[in-house]
Ligand binder design. Structure first.
Ligand code: 3H9
Length: 703
């Protein structure tokens, strides 16, 4: 086995190399190795300078995130980084891949930085609910202007090497091997007799403008990072850098950092970091399984979904053929795609030549037989079983043997769709979320006969088109929409009892949902959900209050934003939602007629009813094996349904509240409301009784 930190000498230059696969995380062993190596180098008079580099695919990609749960053991980050910065001879970081978090902080503690041309430097700590805690908040604004340093830490977006060079974060770029480049740079330093250039000794750049810059960033945080603690802590630490000597600023950073690491926000975000990686592990698929190659894709249906899906593939440089039954639909669909890309060009996120390349990858046609050469066909037509069966029957006749047939249904029985083909093993659900070219989630629905290699291919495709693929089994609504059902049911019921749509939505938004569910219904079209409920009437509860508000709005033709009126009115100049006293009265009168108690639930009760109903359904999905893991549900909700990441997803949130508390509240609701909805799921009951959590349940199944 390779040594985790090794040192070799080339002429009078020591090359220290970290080798800690897969991403050179700076765990205790790396810190201990660096400590030992730099302590020894300090006393070596034959060494004129040091190059610090990493083996493998990247420079250090951060602290070891697992260590935050167990506690950071000695030597500390500060101790090691100070030792490096104290080095009596110049230390040059040779950066390749992505220097992230403690990786960038390590590079900042070196005296010079040489970066490979395609390397990047990032401080993504806020995405983990913490702040750079290894000196990053103090050293970065000493190397690059304060506002740029704050932008980098607030956005978490890594800086490309060229920008890092322009700003003064990198001293030189290397076109070829970065270690060779760094050695050449170091030889030049030695020849010039250059001294160590310690970042901590530099003044903060733009410190005189600190008040105005910090104020602007505070306003930005209030707008875009609502309910988050770590961004404000970051500002405190950076403010300290502008006002205090380095050592005192470092103390402020440490205090803020320590406070955040075990706070709920950081625990939730760490949970999601690992959940988003765990999701790729599918126990039913053996590691020898090979994915089928996908180099041409077909799409049936040129509507909003079909067009968005086509863009996902064109963006990944995969040619797509879109088939529709009507030329007018194709024309409209292509015009929308063009408009979306044009908007990206105007915003500067797409170059004009890339725009043309992507459009050229999309071929519209009325000819179904054009799908014969596709490796994967995705049906994205209206949510209607008869129509989907008809299309799958035709696809079975046209698609080449071995082609994968996907359906973008969000609710329908995929086994029933697969059964019309002679190849049910090749049929799979690929549920994209609207707008498909933007939303990161892809629910991958494994039907009864879906072959393991088809499942694996779908996971690969998700990665290729930069989506988070989560596997679900077949049931009404799969993971996401099935759990939405009880959540929105409660939201609507509150209206019959005397709450207003603003009260309900603001309770959900204060919790952190991107948008209240009633406003979501207005945006999507109130009739959409209503019509699916009409189609499944025989399967729904015999309860006249069930989604009664949506039914009434649909009967009135008040379908949401598209008709200017729904749960809210949208008839002002900027089409923003405004209260509608007439609908409120209408709901209350109906509630009275149906015998719903008039009780005006408060914010806490609205939140508890909506989210506990959702969690209870999540527990049922786990029992039924529809979702593989509680953490998969969390990924679905945070990446597809606007659930706040800082709560970690509904199942993690439930764990933080305590499953016993939730079980007891559900029983209490059962005494007040309809017991058919308020009975704890057996798994929730079991875990609550054992004082366990969904997280422990996941872990027990992994073991
Ligand atoms: C920090 O540095 C705090 C400091 O300020 C100090 C405070 C005192 N730790 O993502 P991948 C694992 S905070 C532990 O699939 P990719 C990952 O779980 C840290 N494990 O690869 C996976 O394991 P498995 C700031 C880590 O090529 C495997 O490595 N840094 C870590 O798609 C491969 O990962 C970050 O936030 C880690 N730091 O992407 C960067 N990183 O195979 C986090 C990865 O068992 N990392 N693993 O599932 C990343 O963004 C991506 O992993 C990276 C590679 C871009 C590096």
């Amino acid at each position: 086995m390779n040594e985790i930190v090794s040192c070799s000498v080339i002429d009078n230059i020591a090359v220290v190399r970290i080798d800690n696969p897969p991403v050179n995380a700076m765990d205790r062993a790396v810190r201990a190795g660096l400590n030992k190596t730099f302590s020894e180098l300090k006393n070596r008079s034959d060494i004129a300078a040091v190059v610090l580099a990493c083996a493998g695919r990247t420079f250090v990609a951060g602290a070891d995130i697992k260590e935050f749960d167990t506690g950071i053991r000695a030597p500390s980050f500060h101790e090691v980084l100070q030792l490096i910065e104290d080095s009596p001879r110049p230390v040059v970081a040779a950066v390749h891949g992505t220097a992230l978090g403690a990786g960038t902080e390590l590079a900042l503690a070196c005296h010079y930085r040489v970066a490979q041309q395609d390397a990047r430097f990032g401080l993504p700590e806020l995405s983990l609910g913490i702040i750079p805690g290894a000196g990053g908040t103090q050293r970065l604004p000493r190397l690059i202007p304060l506002d740029r340093a704050l932008d980098m830490m607030l956005s978490g977006k890594p800086l490309p090497a060229a920008t890092a060079r322009e700003l003064g974060l990198a001293d030189a770029l290397a076109a070829g091997d970065v270690v060779e480049g760094a050695i050449a740079f170091t030889r030049d330093l030695i020849a010039r007799g250059a001294d160590p250039r310690r970042t901590r000794e530099q003044p903060v750049k733009n410190a005189e403008k600190a008040d105005a810059i910090l104020q602007e960033k505070r306003a930005q945080i209030a707008k875009t990072m609502r309910n988050r603690k770590s961004p404000l802590a970051l500002l405190e630490a950076v403010k300290a850098a502008t006002e205090l000597p380095f050592a005192d600023g470092l103390k402020v950073e440490s205090e803020q950092s320590r406070r955040l690491v075990q706070a709920p926000e950081a625990r939730a975000l760490r949970h999601l970091f690992f959940a988003e990686r765990e999701v790729r592990k599918i126990p039913a698929v053996s590691s020898d399984e090979k994915a089928r190659p996908v180099s041409r894709v077909g799409i049936v249906g040129a509507g909003t979904m079909g067009g968005g899906i086509a863009m996902c593939f064109a963006n990944a440089n995969i040619p797509v053929t879109i088939v529709d039954a009507a030329q007018a639909n194709l024309d409209r669909g292509l015009a929308t795609i063009r408009k979306n890309y044009e908007r990206s060009v105007t915003r500067g996120s797409l170059k004009p030549d890339q725009f043309e390349q992507r459009m050229a990858l999309i071929t519209p046609t009325l000819d179904f037989s054009a799908l014969a050469s596709a490796d994967l066909v995705i049906e994205a037509v209206f949510e209607n079983m008869a129509l989907k069966k008809d299309i799958f029957g035709k696809l079975d006749g046209v698609a080449r043997p071995g082609a994968i047939l996907g359906t973008n249904t969000s609710t329908l029985d995929i086994d029933e769709i697969a059964a019309v083909t002679r190849r049910p093993q090749d049929v799979i659900g690929l549920h994209f979320f609207s707008p498909a070219n933007v939303m990161p989630l892809l629910e991958i629905v494994q039907a009864r006969q879906t072959a393991p290699d088809v499942l694996m291919t779908a996971m690969d495709v998700a990665k290729q088109i930069k989506k988070t693929g989560v596997v679900a089994k077949v049931c009404y609504g799969f993971i996401g929409n099935r759990m939405m059902d009880p959540y929105a049911r409660e939201a609507e019921h509150c209206l019959l009892e005397g709450a207003t749509p603003e009260q309900v939505d603001s309770a959900l938004e204060e919790f952190g949902m991107a948008m209240g569910i009633l406003a979501v219904f207005d945006m999507a079209g109130v009739d959409i959900g209503h019509l699916t409920r009409v189609a499944r009437k025989h399967l729904l509860p015999d309860d006249p209050t069930f989604y009664r508000c949506s039914a009434m709005l649909t009967e009135c033709g008040w379908l949401g934003q598209k008709t200017g009126r729904g749960f809210y009115r949208y008839d002002n100049a900027d089409r923003k939602r405004t209260p509608d006293p007439e609908t409120v009265e209408m709901f209350w009168a109906e509630g009275k007629r149906l015998g719903a108690a008039r009780r005006t639930p408060d914010r806490q009760e609205i939140q508890e009813r909506c989210f506990y109903a959702m969690v209870n359904e999540g527990a049922r999905l786990l029992e039924e094996g529809i979702a593989l893991r509680a953490s998969d549900i969390d990924v679905v909700y945070t990446s597809g349904y606007g659930f706040p990441r800082y709560h970690g997803g509904p199942m993690f949130y439930a764990d933080t509240i305590g499953l016993k508390v939730i079980r007891d509240r559900i029983l209490e609701f059962g005494r007040t409301f309809d017991r058919q909805y308020w009975t704890p799921a057996p798994l929730l009951e079991l875990l609550a009784r054992n004082e366990s959590t969904f997280d422990k349940w996941d872990a027990s199944r992994r073991a």
